[in-house]
Design a protein around this ligand. Structure first.
Ligand code: AKB
Length: 324
């Protein structure tokens, strides 16, 4: 029996790739998608503001998904500009979904958390699953509160909820929006257009990152894992690769030697400085066999190869040089 899924926030950086991956696995008609932004070409799309609980309920009652993926959220940098609105949106959607699950309307929920649950007093290197969590951003506070609530619903109601603390995600199809880690994706676009990039973080600010294929695989693997193996019912630490803006620029320059980056840190530097520089994901490895596949160079090659096709469909080489 194929699993039927509903993705809330299907138009975003992770939601769009998740849609594709789930449809490849379970068939087009078994993945119903929703977003606040219209997607008229998709036959299984509903335009929906998921803060509207009645509309969300009607949709779930009508479609009867087995699994719901709640991918809609206001990310860290944007949330700092509209703190209360961001808090309300992030929390309202979560509570709507948690309540509908307790009423038996679907079986399993995926809820994404973030490295933003950590804060200035968290150990920065190989940050463990259980450690100080003192986020000082609205987004981080909403993710930490969300983690506590999903674990509470699991313990109190037996709700089957699974979560990942995503690092920054690098993808080439849909750009991220409103995050602190977005610089990493922006660099590739500037490099391929032959434009200098002004980076809003300091050159040596390391952050944990993950390539989109790894992020999607982690999500699917966690959702398929036997429930009795899962010790973490808030959200799992998941690591990919850690690098600084300077290291990323150098890695891109192996293919595009002329790429220039200038550093002008803004308010996002303070956010980044409060987050881990690298992540310990032992629990994910032990409980559901997680292992990342993309290191920095593999990620850079994938990003450049795919984005080059987008910018220069007829080119056979990178504009610039062959890798050295
Ligand atoms: C952000 O930068 O806000 C996100 C995240 C790390 O959750 N990419």
């Amino acid at each position: 029996m194929p699993v039927k899924s509903l993705i809330i926030g299907s138009g975003g950086q992770i939601g769009s790739e998740l849609t594709k991956a789930l449809r490849e696995k379970y068939g087009m008609e078994n993945v119903v998608i929703t977003d606040i932004v219209d997607n008229p070409k998709d036959a299984y799309f509903y335009r929906l503001d998921a803060t509207d609980k009645d509309k969300l309920r009607s949709l779930i009652e009508h479609e009867r998904p087995d699994h719901v993926y709640l991918m809609a959220a206001i990310l860290s940098a944007k949330a700092e500009q509209f703190p209360l609105r961001a808090w309300n949106i992030n929390m309202d959607i979560l509570f709507n979904v948690l309540e509908l699950q307790t009423q038996g309307l679907f079986k399993r929920l995926f809820w994404p958390s973030s490295i933003a649950v950590f804060g200035p007093h968290t150990p920065k290197e190989h940050t463990p699953q259980y450690t100080v969590t003192d986020p000082n951003t609205v987004y981080g506070i909403s993710k930490l509160a969300g983690e506590r609530w999903v674990e509470y619903y699991h313990q109190r109601h037996g709700s089957d909820i699974r979560g990942i603390r995503y690092p920054g995600v690098l993808s080439w199809k849909v750009q991220p929006g409103g995050g602190t880690t977005d610089y990493a994706v922006e660099m590739f676009h500037y490099a391929l257009r032959g434009e200098p990039y002004v980076c809003y973080l300091e050159p040596d600010q390391a952050l944990p990152m993950i390539y989109i294929d790894d992020a999607i695989r982690a999500t699917l693997e966690l959702m398929e894992a036997p429930g009795n193996r899962l010790r973490v019912r808030s959200a799992y630490n998941v690591a990919g690769v850690s690098f600084t803006p300077r290291e990323l620029a150098q890695a891109i320059r192996r293919y595009i030697p002329d790429f220039k980056v200038e550093y002008k840190p803004d308010f996002r530097q303070r956010i980044a400085a409060s987050w881990p520089r690298s992540i310990d994901d032992t629990y994910a490895r032990e409980d559901w066999g997680w292992q990342h596949r993309f290191d920095l160079d593999a990620m850079v090659r994938e990003m450049l190869t795919n984005l080059r096709r987008h910018y220069y469909p007829d080119a056979t080489l990178f504009p610039g040089a062959e890798p050295t």
